[in-house]
Design a protein around this ligand. Structure first.
Ligand code: DX5
Ligand code: ZN
Length: 220
């Protein structure tokens, strides 16, 4: 499998001190910063958009892993690329037949492309996005219903990760929702290599310790 990427979800950080929180996570050993962009429509919560990504980019060179929980992802490609987003992950449920053009636009804007699935969405729906000459770089398997941090990990989703890892050994497979020291074994054994964790990292007295546990489990 590709190498471990530990991505603290900044949704659990103090948004009023975002630059300092980002630096703290990187100092604790984070590889990526996971940025949850929600439009209050695809999910019943509203968070941040391109202006905040642009502000944060002035304070860090880190990989900004943007997870778009929005109904119209194509509306955000240009502005997020300009703002300095590194990865752009859209949901398959809203992309429809437009995924080909969306993928092309993300790539030509200079970002890595990812596709995410809600828990109820079958894994087969993303196969076409992985099999062509132009394919996504990452699949994000949601392990909670998107919208909020602090929910319980859904172990049933590991079936999807298993299937993906067998078929696409080169693929970055990200898991998001309820990940922490008590759930990482299942995710790592199924073959996930990109680990998003919000409350388990930010809620800990020893975030560096949590990040290192997550990394060791992915790498072993
Ligand atoms: C949920 C978001 C997640 C969330 C994870 O919709 O996509 O990134 O912040 O938070 P935890 O790790 O607390 O489940
Ligand atoms: Zn997320």
């Amino acid at each position: 499998s590709p190498c471990a990427k530990i991505a603290p979800s900044m949704l659990s950080s103090d948004f009023a001190n975002l630059a300092a929180e980002a630096k703290r996570m990187l100092d604790c050993g984070a590889d990526w910063l996971h940025m949850d962009i929600m439009d209050g429509h695809f999910v019943p919560n509203l968070t941040i958009g391109a202006p905040v990504i642009q502000s944060l980019r002035k304070h860090t060179d880190a990989y900004l892993d943007c997870h778009l929980m929005v109904t119209n992802p194509s509306d955000y490609v240009t502005s997020l690329a300009k703002a300095g987003a590194s990865g752009f992950t859209f949901h398959i449920e809203v992309a429809g037949d437009g995924w080909k053009e969306l993928l092309k636009d993300i790539k030509s804007a200079g970002m890595q492309a990812g596709v995410a699935l809600r828990p109820a969405t079958p894994i087969e729906t993303v196969f076409p996005l992985l099999e062509g000459e132009e394919h996504v770089d990452m699949v994000l398997v949601m392990t909670v219903e998107p919208g909020f941090g602090g929910q319980k990990f859904m172990p049933e989703m590991m079936q999807k990760v298993n299937v993906l890892r067998k078929r696409f050994p080169w693929l970055n497979i990200e898991v998001d929702g309820g990940l922490g020291p008590s759930t990482i074994d299942e995710a790592a054994q199924a073959g996930a290599n990109c680990i998003v964790a919000g409350s388990s990292i930010f809620g800990s007295q020893d975030p560096a310790g949590v990040i290192s546990i997550l990394r060791v489990k992915v790498e072993e």
